[in-house]
Design a protein around this ligand. Structure first.
Ligand code: SF4
Ligand code: SF4
Ligand code: SF4
Length: 288
């Protein structure tokens, strides 16, 4: 039986993606930061069994998809998912689901709270139309588990360390453990090269006497990351931004700039390469 009355472009907007078997669709769920509660997981399993083929697909971006849903069953499946608060994801040229690592609530390395931040970004931008697909990620520190540098806008937690002479036992551990050789020792005094520091907190977490303290902590904004056919790692737009409202202003300026200057089917990072990184950063920062 041929499918009738289905507009595939409209379906993609609400996370219903036509498969190669044209009468069947994948349902992409809006799982922000990779979190569902037990009732939601049970409902996903139930919907997959009733309307799909019983399998549940975990995507590379923490998402959940239910495949092989016959096109006449889509609305019913969507309505049933909504009864436990699961909304539909998105596909096509618009903002996708925001991913996030566990962040400082549970991870010893976390410098920021990530899940609330992801939810705030999701509420503001999810589904907004853009020149090409647009992905956000929030990762708690430069270990970068949520791959902020592979997203159009990545938010990364970070700290700026400061050495205190008092208590330091001159063990040299910090010099050896810093991943970027940003710490050096001169005449018993430990110095930081801020240009080399990637704000990772390994020194502050590892020093046996807490002689490396956190001077500053907050969000670092990365722009222009993408994987896909032409991969590009994101570039730093900011240093450490301490205030969440200030952070939202940076995000807004970068997002608006891409919407204004990006060409159709051009990813943010490729637009940056066309315009030039320094000019793009300068233009965005001038809008703050
Ligand atoms: S990015 Fe950092 S905070 Fe997030 S899970 Fe990895 S180590 Fe933990
Ligand atoms: S790790 Fe701590 S105690 Fe050891 S040299 Fe560095 S600052 Fe001093
Ligand atoms: S924060 Fe990380 S990169 Fe910076 S000095 Fe400490 S260990 Fe090195």
């Amino acid at each position: 039986m041929a499918k009738q009355g289905v507009d595939n472009a409209e379906m993609k907007k609400i996370g219903m993606i036509q498969q190669k078997q044209k009468e069947y669709f994948a349902l992409r769920l809006r799982v922000v930061g990779g979190d569902l509660n037990p009732d939601q997981f049970r409902k996903v399993a139930e919907i997959a069994e009733i309307y799909g083929d019983g399998n549940i697909h975990i995507t590379t971006r923490q998402g959940i998809e239910i495949h092989n849903v016959y096109y006449t069953k889509l609305e019913k499946a969507k309505d049933e998912l909504q009864t436990v608060g699961i909304r539909m994801g998105a596909c096509g040229p618009r903002v996708r689901i925001v991913v996030a690592c566990p962040g400082d609530k549970t991870c010893r390395w976390g410098s920021i709270e990530t899940k609330g931040m992801a939810a705030r970004i999701d509420e503001k931008y999810f589904g907004s139309e853009t020149p090409h697909k647009f992905k956000f990620s929030v990762t708690g520190c430069p270990h970068n588990c949520a791959k902020a540098s592979e997203n159009d806008i990545g938010i990364m937690g970070g700290i700026l360390p400061k050495w205190q002479e008092e208590g330091c036992i001159d063990c040299n551990l910090c010099v050896n453990i810093c991943p970027t050789q940003a710490i050096s020792c001169e005449n018993g005094r430990y110095c930081l090269d801020e240009q080399k520091c990637i704000n990772c907190s390994i020194c502050t977490a590892s020093c046996p006497t807490n002689s490396w303290e956190i001077e500053k902590k907050g969000y670092i904004v990365l722009i222009g990351g993408t994987m896909g056919k032409i991969p590009r790692l994101a570039s730093r737009l900011t240093g450490i931004v301490e205030n969440q409202d200030d952070l939202m202003r940076y995000i807004d300026a970068a997002f608006s700039y891409y919407k204004q200057h990006g060409r159709k089917k051009e990813r943010f990072g490729h637009m940056i390469d066309r315009i030039g990184l320094e000019k793009t950063k300068g233009d965005i920062l001038n809008e703050i």
